[in-house]
Design a protein around this ligand. Structure first.
Ligand code: NAI
Length: 316
C-alpha cells in the first residue's frame, strides 16, 4: 500500500502540547499536513493555569523536522476560545480539513466525593469543548463539502471506570455526539469518528500514580513500557480516521499499545409481548439479556425496526 499522506490538508489538534495530542500532531505533520497545535497548558485536573509553551514546543519540533505548524493556546472549554482557534487556523493556513478533538482533563473521585464544582469542568472541557470547536469547523467544512472530525472518547465512558463518574459521563456523551454528527455530516462530505485510546501519558501517570500495576500486568518496564504503551501506538488509528480514504463514519476505534479494535453500541434481539407486564420482564430477563444475534443499529430508526419486525412477524 502506498503511504497515506495529508499533503495540502490542514489539521487543528486540540490539547496537542503533550501526550496523545502531540503524537497526533507530529504524525499528521510528518505526513504533510499543516497543523494548528492547540494547547491551553492546563494541569491534568484542570484549573486556571495557562501556559502557551507546550504548544509552542510542539510547533518547534514539527518545524525542525521540516513540517508546517502554528501554535494556539486558547481553551476549548469556552465558545470564544474555540471560535478563536478555528479563526486562527483559517487565518494562518486558509482552510481547515481535519479537527482532532483531543484536549482533556480528568478528576479522580468516587461518586459521593465529587461535587458540582469538580463535575462541571470535566463536562466543560470534553463535551462543551467538542461542541464549541466542532461547530465553527463544521460550518467551514460544510461550505467546502469536505471534512474529517475525530473526537476522543474513552473506555471509561463506554464501559465504566471506578472513580470516574464525571469523566465517564463526558466520554460517553462524546460517543453519542460523534454518532449524531456523523449522521448529519455525511451529506456534506464530513465524516465524524472517535477514538477510545489508552496510553501512558501525564494523565494516566497522575491518575494511576506510578506505573507499577501496568508493569506487573504487562511484564514491561522502563523504555520498553513506553515503547509499547506510549501515545505513538495510538496516533496511527487517529490519523487513519482523519484521512480522506477512510470511509468510516460514526465509528469508535479502541486503540492502545498497538491493538486496534472497534467499540460499538449494540442491542439484543430481546423479547416481544403484546401486553408486557412487570412479571414477564422478570421471568424472561435472561432472554432479554441474551447476546445471541445482537444488532448494532446505524441509528435510532434502525433500533425501532426491531420492534417493527416483532410486530410484523408476531415473533415473541
Ligand atoms: P494529557 O494530560 O497528557 O494531555 C491533555 C492535554 O490537553 C494537555 O496538554 C492539556 O494542557 C490540554 N488541555 C486541557 N484542557 C484544555 C483546554 N480547555 N483547552 C485546550 N487544551 C486543554 O492527557 P492525554 O492522556 O494525552 O489525553 C488526551 C485525550 O485522550 C484526553 O481527551 C483524554 O481524556 C483522552 N484519553 C486518554 C487516555 C489515556 O490512556 N491516556 C485514555 C482515554 C482517553
Amino acid at each position: 500500500m502506498s503511504e497515506l499522506r495529508f499533503d495540502g490538508r490542514v489539521a487543528l489538534v486540540t490539547g496537542a502540547g503533550g501526550g496523545l495530542g502531540r503524537e497526533h500532531a507530529l504524525l499528521l505533520a510528518s505526513r504533510g499536513a499543516a497543523v494548528m497545535v492547540n494547547d491551553l497548558g492546563s494541569p491534568t485536573m484542570g484549573g486556571q493555569e495557562h501556559d502557551p509553551s507546550p504548544a509552542e514546543a510542539v510547533v518547534e519540533q514539527i518545524r525542525v523536522a521540516g513540517g508546517t505548524a502554528a501554535a494556539n493556546s486558547d481553551s476549548v472549554a469556552t465558545r470564544g476560545g474555540a471560535d478563536s482557534m478555528v479563526a486562527d487556523t483559517l487565518k494562518e493556513f486558509g482552510q481547515l480539513d481535519i479537527v482532532i478533538n483531543n484536549a482533556g482533563i480528568i478528576g479522580n473521585r468516587t461518586f459521593l466525593n465529587i461535587n458540582e464544582y469538580e463535575f462541571e469542568p470535566v463536562i466543560d472541557v470534553h463535551v462543551k469543548g467538542c461542541f464549541f470547536v466542532s461547530r465553527p469547523a463544521y460550518e467551514h467544512m460544510k461550505s467546502v463539502g469536505y471534512g474529517r472530525i475525530v473526537n476522543t472518547s474513552s473506555g471509561s465512558g463506554l464501559f465504566g471506570s471506578f472513580g470516574q463518574s464525571a469523566y465517564a459521563a463526558a466520554k460517553a456523551a462524546i460517543y453519542g455526539f460523534t454518532r449524531t454528527l456523523a449522521i448529519e455530516g455525511s451529506r456534506y462530505g464530513i465524516h465524524v469518528n472517535a477514538i477510545a485510546p489508552g496510553a501512558l501519558t501525564r494523565m494516566t501517570g497522575d491518575v494511576l500514580g506510578d506505573d507499577g500495576d501496568i508493569a506487573n500486568a504487562t511484564g514491561l518496564t522502563g523504555e520498553d513500557l513506553i515503547m509499547q504503551l506510549g501515545p505513538q501506538q495510538v496516533a496511527p488509528a487517529v490519523a487513519y480516521l482523519a484521512h480522506e480514504s477512510c470511509l468510516l463514519n460514526g465509528e469508535t476505534l479502541s486503540a492502545s499499545g498497538g491493538r486496534v479494535g472497534r467499540a460499538f453500541m449494540g442491542v439484543t434481539k430481546g423479547i416481544y409481548e403484546e401486553d408486557l407486564s412487570l412479571e414477564s420482564v422478570a421471568r424472561r430477563i435472561d432472554e432479554i439479556c441474551n447476546e445471541d444475534d445482537y444488532v448494532v443499529p446505524d441509528n435510532v430508526d434502525q433500533e425501532m425496526q426491531l420492534l417493527l419486525e416483532h410486530l410484523h412477524t408476531g415473533d415473541t
